[in-house]
Design a protein around this ligand. Structure first.
Ligand code: ATP
Ligand code: THM
Ligand code: ZN
Length: 186
């Protein structure tokens, strides 16, 4: 049977990695064969772990690009898990298609948008071909409502690729995002 692609997307702190790891647990319990990948660029938690903000973790392989995923899948496996998928090159889309066509289930977690609300291209393309898209939200760090679907950058740095945590980014709802942006120009 063909595999399925599940995308877990949303702003920072929305529990994307937590949800990814809950799927990993299901495959572990079922004694399935799987591999977990993350981009080498995300060095926040050390190179060989995927870790949540609450400290849950699983062993992962840090790769430079999507080609490395193919090279590391020599034996037959049931599932592939990829975290921080927004940092992968677009060629990942072709590779993921090949995997699901060859009966491998694929689960990807990642940001849908940059802090400027631009789509992350690889996430967007994978969402288009996914069997299921799980869109997560966080608690807005300004108003406290559980409706944050955006990430706001609190520093002046404009770069859209910039690794970091709470010292740089907060999760906010659209109203609070717009208010914070207005205050900034004043
Ligand atoms: N504003 C927030 N809203 C919700 N959870 C938050 C918030 N700030 C911190 N957290 C914590 O973060 C946890 C989710 O962490 P997780 O690593 O799964 O998120 P994530 O979406 O993968 O984040 P990131 O995109 O930064 O990797 C929550 O269970 C909660 O304990
Ligand atoms: C929102 C956002 C996060 N990031 C980074 C911060 C974290 O290291 C990672 C999300 O977990 O992505 C960016 O590089 N650009 C962005 O626009
Ligand atoms: Zn808000």
């Amino acid at each position: 049977m063909a595999g399925k692609l599940t995308m877990i997307v949303g702003p920072m702190y929305s529990g994307k990695t937590t949800e990814l790891l809950s799927f990993v647990e299901i495959y572990k319990l079922g004694r399935k064969k799987f591999k977990v990948f993350k981009p080498a660029i995300d060095d926040r938690y050390g190179k060989s772990l995927v870790k949540t903000h609450t400290g849950l973790e699983v062993e992962a392989i840090a790769v430079e690009g999507s080609k490395d995923i193919v090279n590391l899948l020599e034996e037959k496996i049931d599932a592939v898990f990829i975290d921080e998928v927004q940092f992968f090159d677009k060629d990942l889309v072709r590779i993921v298609k090949q995997l699901i066509d060859s009966n491998v289930d694929v689960f990807c977690a990642g940001l849908d948008m940059t802090f400027k609300q631009n789509p992350f291209e690889t996430t967007a393309a994978l969402m288009a071909i996914a069997d299921e898209v799980i869109k997560k939200k966080a608690v807005c760090e300004v108003c406290g409502e559980y409706k944050a679907n955006l990430t706001y950058k609190v520093t002046e740095e404009e770069k859209e690729i910039d690794i970091g945590g709470k010292e740089k980014y907060i999760a906010v709802c659209r109203d609070c995002y717009n208010n914070l942006s207005k205050e900034r120009i004043k």
